[in-house]
Design a protein around this ligand. Structure first.
Ligand SMILES: [Zn+2]
Length: 266
């Protein structure tokens, strides 16, 4: 692959030849350095993936960066507000439609789903349905750069939380699918929704899959030791994790218990 950029000072400005990250200023424990907003394409026309939160300065910076180039479409990897909150305002700034899987987050006629192919100039972007982190999570494969934009399905650091609108069984299937896809197409980079670019897609996905299996085993063991509530399980399984993140761990445990018990989450 030509042109993998991994700046030492953080995710801002990272990317591949045809994908550039403009980092949003919303760092937190859940969003790592902030949300990655991706500009796709080098020509007259570009796509923008995940405008990020409704932050005027950030949206103006992204619009300013375009220098007269036209945004044909704004795409959302998923509906969570740290990715979608600024979409409507950004759409107004640049005069482009918003395409998303979730109809309530679209602006314009067209939806977005697995198998869709968008073109911008001579670049193609292929949509891959990867539900799990949220029910509407999508990944985008850029064949020219051998890169996959992963939204929150895979993060640049740490692991992903299964949100209250997600599902662990779906997520495990999506990880397997992404891993198979990455191998089949020879992917050379993952471009996540938060954190730095990942230059080893297969290794990263194997790590994610192994981590999930390990956590499920730990939860089974914690239950065997008598833990019953999500909180009790968190206290055992996530003992080494900072307490400020236990609310996220508890969300994750709920998703894992639902998976282990074969329950469909409400
Ligand atoms: Zn996010």
């Amino acid at each position: 692959m030509s042109g993998l950029r991994i700046p030492l000072e953080g995710p801002d400005g990272a990317g591949t030849e045809h994908a550039l990250n403009l980092l949003a200023p919303n760092p937190s424990e859940m969003t790592l350095d902030g949300t990655n907003t991706w500009v796709i394409g080098l020509g007259e026309e570009v796509l923008v993936v995940d405008p990020g939160p409704d932050d005027e300065e950030h949206l103006a910076r992204v619009a300013g960066h375009l220098e007269g180039r036209r945004v044909t479409t704004i795409l959302l990897t998923h509906r969570h507000h740290d990715h979608s909150g600024g979409a409507a305002r950004f759409a107004g700034l640049v005069g482009a439609p918003v395409r998303a899987l979730d109809p309530t987050h679209r602006l314009g006629e067209e939806g977005l789903g697995d198998g869709d192919v968008l073109t911008v100039g001579d670049l193609e972007l292929h949509v891959v349905g990867t539900p799990g982190h949220s029910f509407d999570s999508l990944c985008f494969w850029l064949p020219r750069d051998r890169a996959i934009l992963t939204g929150d399905t895979v993060l640049g650091r740490g692991t992903t939380v299964i949100a209250s609108d997600g599902d662990l069984a779906d997520y495990l299937r999506s990880l397997d699918l992404l891993r198979a896809r990455a191998e089949q197409v020879g992917a050379e980079a993952l471009l996540p929704g938060h954190g730095p670019v990942l230059p080893d897609p297969i290794g990263t996905l194997d790590g994610y899959i192994a981590h999930r299996r390990r956590r499920l085993d730990q939860i089974r063991q914690a239950r065997e030791r008598g833990a019953t509530t999500p909180r009790e399980i968190v206290e055992i399984v996530y003992a080494e994790v900072d307490r400020s993140l236990w609310f996220a761990a508890e969300m994750s445990v709920r998703a894992q218990l639902a998976y282990l018990d074969g329950r469909v989450r409400p």
